[in-house]
Design a protein around this ligand. Structure first.
Ligand code: AP5
Length: 214
C-alpha cells in the first residue's frame, strides 16, 4: 500500500497518516517530522532547513529528495508507506514517480484532505506539538488528558515555530502555488481521491479507510 497524503497545512494529513500507519501496518513517513528532528539536533541538514521552515517557505527540493530516497530504501518501506508532506512540488512528484518506476512500482493512492483556507488558521492556532514523539493534539478538537502533556509519551507539548498566524498564511500561499498542482498530477495518474477534512477526525478516517479498502 503506497499512499501520498495531500492537503493544506493543518488540513489533518499527519493526523490521518498516523491512523493509516497504525491500521494498515505501514510506516508513516513525514518529511516535516524528519526535518524538525534535524533542526532540533542541529544537523547540517537541519541548520540549512531551519530558516526556510520558520519563514513558511519550502525547503529546496535538492535537500528533501535525498532524505526521502534514503528513507524509502529502508526495509520497513519495502511493501508500502504513507508519505505525509512529500511530494510537495511537481519536481518532487516527478522524481518520486521516476524512482518508483525503476522497480516497476507506483503510488497507488493520493489522498487530498480538503479543508478551506478559512478553517485553517483557527485550527492551527489550537495545535500543540510533541517534539519527542511527533503527536499533534489540539486544544479543542483532540485535547490531551492533562494540559501541556502528551498523551502518547508524556512529553512536553509546545507550539510549532511555524504555526504563528502570519507564517500560516504564508504556508497557505506556498501550498496553493506549489503543492495544489499535484492534485492534477495524480488525477492524470488515476489515483487521486479527495476527502472532506472538515468532518471530525474519526469520520475523515472512515472515509479514507473506505477508499483504501474498495
Ligand atoms: P509539514 O510538517 O509537512 O507541515 P504542513 O504540510 O504544513 O502540514 P502540518 O504538519 O502543518 O499539518 P497537517 O496537515 O499534518 O495537520 P495535522 O494532522 O497536524 O512541513 C513543515 C515545513 O517543513 C514546511 O513548511 C516546509 O518548510 C518543510 N517541508 C516539509 N516537507 C517538505 C517537502 N517535501 N519539501 C520542501 N519542504 C518541506 O492537524 C492540524 C491540527 O488540527 C492538529 O492539532 C490536529 O489535532 C487537528 N485536526 C486534525 N484533523 C482534524 C479534524 N478533522 N477536525 C478538527 N481538528 C483536526
Amino acid at each position: 500500500m503506497k499512499i501520498v497524503m495531500l492537503g493544506a497545512p493543518g488540513a489533518g494529513k499527519g493526523t490521518q497518516a498516523k491512523k493509516i500507519a497504525a491500521k494498515y501496518g505501514v510506516p508513516h513517513i513525514s518529511t516535516g517530522d524528519i526535518l524538525r528532528s534535524n533542526v532540533k539536533e542541529e544537523t547540517p541538514l537541519g541548520l540549512k532547513a531551519k530558516a526556510y521552515m520558520d519563514g513558511g517557505e519550502l525547503v529546496p527540493d535538492s535537500l528533501v529528495l535525498d532524505l526521502v530516497i534514503d528513507r524509502l530504501a529502508k526495509d520497513d518501506a519495502k511493501t508500502g508507506y504513507v508519505l505525509d508532506g512529500f511530494p510537495r512540488t511537481i519536481p518532487q512528484a516527478e522524481a518520486l514517480t521516476e524512482g518508483l518506476s525503476k522497480t516497476g512500482d507506483k503510488i497507488e493512492f493520493a489522498i487530498d484532505v480538503n479543508v478551506p483556507d478559512e478553517n485553517i488558521v483557527e485550527r492551527m492556532s489550537g495545535r500543540r506539538y510533541c517534539a519527542k514523539c511527533g503527536a499533534t493534539p489540539h486544544v479543542k478538537y483532540a485535547p490531551t488528558k492533562v494540559e501541556g502533556v502528551c498523551d502518547v509519551c508524556g512529553g512536553e507539548l509546545t507550539i510549532r515555530d511555524d504555526d504563528k498566524p502570519e507564517t500560516v498564511l504564508k504556508r497557505l500561499k506556498v501550498y496553493h502555488d506549489q503543492t495544489q498542482p499535484l492534485i492534477d498530477f495524480y488525477e492524470k495518474q488515476g489515483v487521486m481521491h479527495t476527502v472532506d477534512g472538515t468532518k471530525d477526525i474519526e469520520e475523515v478516517f472512515s472515509d479514507i479507510s473506505n477508499i483504501l479498502e474498495k
